[in-house]
Design a protein around this ligand. Structure first.
Ligand SMILES: C[S@@+](CC[C@H](N)C(=O)[O-])C[C@H]1O[C@@H](n2cnc3c(N)ncnc32)[C@H](O)[C@@H]1O
Length: 387
C-alpha cells in the first residue's frame, strides 16, 4: 500500500520537469499538493474497502457452494446444522403461532440476512402471506429467490404460497424501508438468524441493523434471532492460555484479551468449511438498551442449551426433532461400525446410556458439535404499543 503514493509522486516530479520559471514552480507545487491530496483520498478509500467487513462477509458467503444432502450428511457438523435448524423452526413456529393467536390473518415477515433461503420452508409451514428477504451477499439472494420460485412451482394446486421480495443490500449501512415494494408495508415479525453479530463492528452499523429490523414492525410485532453469546465467548477465551479456543470442528481467535470494547471487538470464527469470517462481540445488555430507542422490549433471551431443554419436553417439538435428524442416534444404529470414540466425543452419551433406567436409543451431539452449538443464544424482542 505504501508503494503506490511513492510511485505517483515520482510521476509528479517528471511532470514538474517541463514547467518553467517561478509561476511554473508555484503551479507545480500546487498541482503536486492537489495530487497528493487526491492520492491520500484514494489510499484511504482502498484501506476502507480492505477493512470494510461487509465486503469480506459478502464475498465469503457469495463463494459458499450449495451442496446436496449426500455431501451434507457426510459432514462432521451434519447433526449440529440440523440441530440449529430445528431450534430455528421451533422459535419461528412458536412466534408465528402467537401472532396468529392475536388474530392476524395476513402475516408479513422480514428475513434480515436471509442467506440462501434456509428458512423458506419454515415460512411456508407457518402460513405467512408476505415475505421480504434481504442479504448483503448477491449470490445468496439469487439462490434464495430461485429456491422460492422452485417452491412455488412445486406447490399443491390449491396451496397459496406467500408473495416475496428479494433485496441485496448491506442492512448495516442502508435504510431498507426505502427499498421495499410497498412503501406502507409493515411487518409482524423480523427474523435475524445468525446475522446480527456482523453488524457490531461500529455503533452506526449496529444501530442501522436494529433500525432495519424494528422500524417497520407493527406494534406487538416481534424481532427474533440467534447470535453468539458474548459472555460465553469471553469466558472460554479467558480460560484459554492463548488467544484462541475451539476443537476439531470450530475455532475462535481474538486479537487480544483482557479488554473488550463495546463495538468493534473482533474475533475470527471458522467452522468446518461453512464459516470463515470476522465477527464482532454483541454485548447483549447494550443491544437491549439500544433496542429501547425503537420501542422494543426484550421478552426472551436464552442460551441454546436452555432453550433446547425447555422445548424438547414438548411432544410436537420432539417429533419434529426426529424428523429433522437434529440429534445423532446413540448407540450408533449401524452395529457393524466399530467403536471409534477414542477421543471421548460420545463419553457423555455412553455414561447416560449406562444408567440402569435408560433403555431406549438416545439422541445426542458429539462433544465437539455441542461445544460449538452451545455458544449461541436465542432472543425475542417485542414492539411496544405507543404509550
Ligand atoms: C450464517 S448466515 C445465516 C443465513 C440465514 N439467516 C440462515 O439462518 O440460514 C449469515 C448471513 O448474514 C448475511 N449478512 C451479514 N452481514 C450482513 C449485512 N450487513 N447485511 C445483510 N446481510 C448480512 C450474510 O451474507 C449471510 O447470508
Amino acid at each position: 500500500m505504501d508503494r503506490q503514493p511513492a510511485g505517483e509522486a515520482g510521476e509528479g516530479q517528471r511532470e514538474g520537469a517541463v514547467e518553467e520559471g517561478n509561476a511554473g514552480g508555484m503551479r507545480q507545487k500546487e498541482r503536486m499538493k492537489r495530487r497528493q491530496e487526491g492520492d491520500d483520498e484514494e489510499v484511504l478509500s482502498t484501506k476502507k474497502q480492505m477493512t470494510d467487513h461487509g465486503v469480506k462477509v459478502a464475498s465469503h458467503y457469495n463463494s459458499l457452494q450449495e451442496v446436496g444432502l449426500a455431501v451434507r450428511s457426510r459432514s462432521r457438523i451434519f447433526f449440529m446444522r440440523n440441530f440449529n435448524n430445528w431450534l430455528k423452526s421451533v422459535l419461528i413456529g412458536e412466534i408465528l403461532e402467537q401472532v396468529q393467536l392475536e388474530g392476524t390473518r395476513h402475516i408479513s415477515v422480514l428475513d434480515l440476512g436471509c442467506g440462501k433461503g434456509g428458512d423458506l420452508l419454515k415460512w411456508r409451514r407457518g402460513g405467512i402471506s408476505q415475505l421480504v428477504c434481504a442479504d448483503i451477499a448477491a449470490v445468496s439472494v439469487e439462490q434464495c429467490q430461485s429456491r422460492y420460485e422452485e417452491m412455488k412451482k412445486k406447490s399443491r394446486i390449491n396451496e397459496k404460497i406467500f408473495t416475496a421480495q428479494f433485496i441485496t443490500t448491506d442492512c448495516a449501512k442502508e435504510v431498507l424501508s426505502e427499498k421495499l415494494d410497498g412503501p406502507e408495508l409493515m411487518f409482524d415479525v423480523c427474523s435475524c438468524q445468525f446475522v446480527y453479530h456482523y453488524s457490531f463492528e461500529s455503533e452506526q452499523k449496529a444501530d442501522m441493523m436494529l433500525r432495519n429490523a424494528c422500524e417497520r414492525l407493527k406494534p406487538g410485532g416481534f424481532f427474533i434471532g440467534t447470535t453468539p453469546d458474548a459472555f460465553e465467548l469471553v469466558k472460554r477465551l479467558e480460560a484459554s492460555d492463548s488467544l484462541s479456543f475451539g476443537n476439531e470442528i470450530f475455532k475462535v481467535t481474538f486479537q487480544s484479551k483482557g479488554s473488550y470494547p463495546l463495538f468493534g471487538c473482533q474475533y475470527h470464527f471458522s467452522l468446518e468449511d461453512v464459516v470463515n469470517v470476522p465477527e464482532f462481540l454483541v454485548y447483549f445488555p447494550l443491544l437491549e438498551h439500544m433496542a429501547k430507542r425503537y420501542n422494543m422490549r426484550l421478552v426472551l433471551k436464552q442460551r441454546f442449551s436452555e432453550f433446547f431443554e425447555k422445548k424438547v419436553k414438548n411432544e410436537h417439538h420432539r417429533s419434529l426433532m426426529m424428523k429433522m435428524m437434529a440429534l445423532e442416534p446413540f448407540p450408533c444404529e449401524d452395529q457393524s461400525q466399530p467403536d471409534t470414540d477414542s477421543s471421548g466425543e460420545y463419553s457423555h452419551a455412553k455414561e447416560h446410556y449406562s444408567r440402569a433406567e435408560v433403555k431406549v436409543p438416545l439422541g445426542t451431539l458429539s462433544r465437539s458439535e455441542w461445544e460449538a452449538a452451545s455458544i449461541y443464544l436465542v432472543f425475542v424482542f417485542q414492539k411496544m404499543p405507543r404509550g
